[in-house]
Design a protein around this ligand. Sequence first.
Ligand code: AMP
Length: 260
Amino acid sequence: MTGLFGLVPTMGALHAGHLSLVERAKSECKYVGASIFVNPAQFGPAEDFSAYPRPLQRDLELLEKGGVDLVWVPTPEEMYPARFQSWVTVEEVSRPLEGKSRPGHFRGVATVVAKLFNAFTPDIAYFGQKDAQQLAVIRRMVRDLNFPVKIIGCPTVRESDGLAMSSRNTYLGREERKAAAVLFRALSAAKALHTAGELNGDKLRAEMRRVLQTEPLAVLEYVSLADPETMNELEKIDGSALLSMAVRIGKTRLIDNLIL
Ligand code: AMP
């Protein structure tokens, strides 16, 4: 604990999920830094970069209350000055799932996280399991590029009906918010099948699809049962496995996952 510096990178619009990372960092590190940066490089042209919530004053108060020692809120111009042209591309693990749905997303994530690691030089950095593929991409980048930082993945914080906390949940209308609980129900149903002995990937993916279809407002983008390190789809489980999905509820795109 002596002298350790922990970093919690965020895009702001903080909720209890973010604050759980801060809490974990506080419990393990002497000093904790956080960043708030809505990273344009990780949003596609048709995505919600301009609409993304930016309640900066509230965020700063929450971080201060949480005991964060240092917050950096860079502007896009500071992060990507004129003639910026150096990008970090993590190859295979970035390709499927979120990478396929959101081309360029992980290039933006890996680049900004690399820059944050260089700016803060943390001993430990904290990320949410909520963004499981992001965590896998960052772990790969840290190993491949010898970043001297330990990566900690923290459990997903959920609302009482199971919906994973997300800054994007604020986009949901009342009916949509109710409907959004179907993601966790679908993941839980597949997990229950697995607990009962099912190891077949197709059967577990079909179970998630089946439950998602019971919610008329939910439009499925993908369901997956993959290796949590490589993100490759599994035919059969023989070790740890990641159930994940992306679903649209109205205009809002939600992702969630469970580790088996
Ligand atoms: P974001 O602001 O969405 O970029 O998220 C910042 C960090 O918080 C990332 O490491 C996320 O994985 C993590 N995070 C987001 N939502 C949750 C949640 N519900 N529980 C735990 N961590 C989360």
